[in-house]
Design a protein around this ligand. Sequence first.
Ligand code: PEP
Ligand code: MN
Length: 330
Amino acid sequence: MIYSFEPGDKRCEQFVAVLSDKSLDYEIIERDKVVIRIFGRVNGELREHLDQISGRAGKLILKKESENKPASANITERQKFIIAGPCSVESEEQIDRVAGFLSGLNLKYLRGGAFKPRTQSSSFQGLGKIGLKILASAASRYKMKVVTELMDKSQLDDVAQYADIIQVGSRNMFNYSLLTALGAVNKPVLLKRSMAATIDEWVHAADYIRRGGNERIILCERGIRTFEPRTRFTLDVLAIPLAKELSGLPVVADSSHAAGNRKLVPPLIKAALASGADGIMVEVHPDPDNALSDGAQSMSLDEFKTIFDEITQMGLLKQPDSDAGPGFQF
Ligand code: PEP
Ligand code: MN
């Protein structure tokens, strides 16, 4: 069970005293909020007592079927937004070229991994802190927001310092300690769906972050593993409206990782937007054939411009000039 307090809240001491009194183990994460994760058995009576001390309303993020609105409601209301950039931060020059190009299209969300979850240990692991600095300085030059992945709790101080939106990757969606820690951080979190998670598991994972008091969460459908080997993953298009309904959170779609091949990215972008995604994530690289990671699925700047113009003309981006983003304040 997870509880959250504002820093300096006196009730927190009382709460911890009750846990000690009951000989329960717990973890305390103190950042922008104080998050307490309880280990051990908590019976109904104690739970009520703890709820009372903390003033918590015990509502789950996963709404009951009866609370769901019909599928058509709310689906296209939110502003669409685009998160684009290379898979990995590779150099200052690479990021400057991408950021300059994207900001020329009036796009505001720059992605790039500094800590990379790579399948093979011999592959490029990212530039680490140096990559974060490169990303943040380009974002500030071009007035963009940084979206970058946090792989481990040990990187939290660095990533939180430079990211505007903290990305949790597919491989970490089930990392409940990491999700719990992100509840205590005052930064929006983009939570990718695990390649092997059901929609309910994904929404429950978001609840770990929300329980800690961080409500600024964006879900990201990035494709699930199926029996089909011709695409890298299978973008679960219906997960987009379903996750939106079940969670009430904005849902974006990462078309690049699902496709695995840059030629297949444009149809997925259109499908995702048409199915009600609040935004899309796309990997864009100035020289995809020489990218240090995910080159095959990364679009060149020209290729991205072509699909961007197309979705704009099709009316799939509601107001591409607006800065409304995921619908919450930064
Ligand atoms: C990424 O965005 O570069 C990435 C590693 O994505 P995923 O976690 O979806 O595989
Ligand atoms: Mn990638």
